[in-house]
Ligand binder design. Structure first.
Ligand code: OGA
Ligand code: MN
Length: 221
């Protein structure tokens, strides 16, 4: 084999093994969502994209565009830092940076697979970038209580590089059937995806000891 075709062979191999590992991840996600309503997937988003997204959040923060997130809906919307203290920036899917687009593509690949395999009927995606400063938290809640065109699947992609347990900010998930019982504590390590059925899984963000960066998304049916 000459050098060029050898290189081509290697590249093709890499791409197909990437596709294979993504397919394996999708399989795990489907199985876990059916069995227990939640799943955690390490290395869902590549390090480069995570780094760029953290830089986006830092830029937005320095421009004053990361805003306190509200609690409740419409006229009931309130800023309640004792409930949640994150700063958010809603993404506009007609105007994404390349890394935001990469994250969207990954989530849309997941959407396609879930619709094909589990007939979830996920239609639209809404997403915001999220920053918790040190000493931030989000009290136990459910993302959706029910209703039509409601949030069906919650997806959080963590972005912080070099996460250590002492940094806090773990996502604590509760058992859907026995919501006082803890199901898991997820470390918000850069690249990890946490994904759960929005109406089923109560959860909270434990107090952060350091900035915590993420991209939070919901699929509606
Ligand atoms: C939310 C939420 C969890 C997390 O934004 O509704 O629960 O781990 N986020 O960031
Ligand atoms: Mn939530």
């Amino acid at each position: 084999m000459d050098k060029a075709s050898h290189e081509i062979h290697n590249v093709t191999h890499e791409v197909s093994s990437m596709a294979a590992s993504f397919a394996a991840k999708i399989d795990t996600i489907c199985t876990s969502l059916v069995e227990r309503s939640w799943v955690v997937v390490p290395d869902f988003l590549d390090t480069e994209s995570c780094r760029h997204l953290v830089a986006d959040i830092q830029d937005l923060q320095s421009q004053g565009l990361m805003r306190p997130a509200g609690v409740g809906r419409g006229e009931q919307l309130q800023i309640a830092p004792e409930v949640r203290s994150d700063l958010i920036y809603w993404l506009d899917d007609t105007n994404l940076t390349p890394s935001q687009a990469t994250a969207y593509q990954q989530l849309q690949a997941l959407q396609l697979a879930l619709n094909r395999t589990l007939f979830f009927g996920l239609r639209s995606l809404e997403a915001h970038l999220t920053l918790y400063k040190s000493a931030g938290a989000y009290a136990k809640h459910v993302d959706n209580f029910s209703g039509t065109s409601a949030r069906f699947l919650s997806c959080i992609i963590y972005l912080s590089p070099d996460y250590h347990s002492a940094d806090g900010g773990q996502l604590r998930l509760y058992q859907p059937a026995t919501p006082t019982e803890v199901a898991a504590e997820v470390e918000p390590r850069g690249g990890t995806l946490a994904c759960f059925l929005s109406a089923q899984v109560p959860h909270e963000v434990l107090t952060t000891n350091r900035e915590r960066y993420s991209l939070t998304a919901w699929f509606r049916t």
